[in-house]
Write a protein that binds this ligand. Sequence first.
Ligand SMILES: *Cc1c(COP(=O)(O)O)cnc(C)c1O
Length: 354
Amino acid sequence: MTTEPVLPRVRPEIAALPPYKQGKPAAPDGFKLSSNENPFEPLPGVVEAVRGAVTLNRYPDATAGRLRQALGERYGVEADEVIVGAGSVALIAAFIQAAAGHGDEVVYPWRSFEAYPGLVMVAGASSVQVPNLANGRHDLDAMAAAITDKTRIVIVCTPNNPTGPIVTSAEFADFVEKVPSDVMILLDEAYTEFVTDDDAVDGLAERVYESRPNIVVLRTFSKAYGLAALRVGYAIGHRRVLDAARATQIPLSVTAQAEEAALASLEYEPELRARVAEIAVRREALVTGLREAGWQVPDAQSNFVWLPTTDPSVAAAFEEAGLVVRPFPDGIRISVGEEASRERILDVARRLRA
Ligand SMILES: *Cc1c(COP(=O)(O)O)cnc(C)c1O
């Protein structure tokens, strides 16, 4: 008989959390379409920039100053109105830690980014999940109505991961009017570069944080820029609001290599944009094919599509075909990847509907 060792005590709500599960790697002839990764290899210039960052014995620049400067110039803000983190998920964590603790609430749409519930719990705060509309869009009226004097943060995710639709500029402006000015709004735009709908809110182009210092816009280099492995994202907003996240952020977590890669990516913007445009074309072809096969696919404005289903055999059928997808209790998210993956997805999708 083996006896269980006595383990150190941790917070009960943490002990109850399931550990993070990454999508399995795909078989050699399969496709990994479970993490919304960019299917393209990095641009040669970006690889060179990383190779050039060979100082490994020194800590990186703690605030990624050159990258903040470059992003500031690009978006017409001061460098201290930009914060860089080890992926935008690290920044979301830092803002939640800074604003919401025990007894406080964070309101967000559901289903949305799977990281939100865990980040709220780790901060000791409570989640208030507002169900999406049947078409996968945020129910912004219900979200506004869910705000109480306990609310410290409300998160808007556009395009929404994993359901796909955007929030429009008009909808966002209307929503912001209903949010008390002392409640932080995190506008999570992780997929904004893939958007082709002109009505979509674009927090940086519209400078939404200017008249409303409670709004913080979050972006990442992981998705459109294809730097998921390096972990680098950023947020733009009022400098004093960002100061709160600077205080809670884990110091020195953005590596020198990540900063160099991000800087180089900004230099190769046209090449990267061409790839993003290609992914948007593939996405449209995939959505059209799935709808023709009889699936109710919500509007998709990112690099993934959402198949609403509660039937566990659907995910199994994709896996058997060598397609690693991301199953959820109420649907399946499939990333837009290699061109050759589409016919295989559509074959399975048609078979399931036949
Ligand atoms: C991928 C993603 C992020 C950030 O990812 P990082 O790799 O941490 O930058 C943020 N929000 C949503 C909704 C995402 O899907």
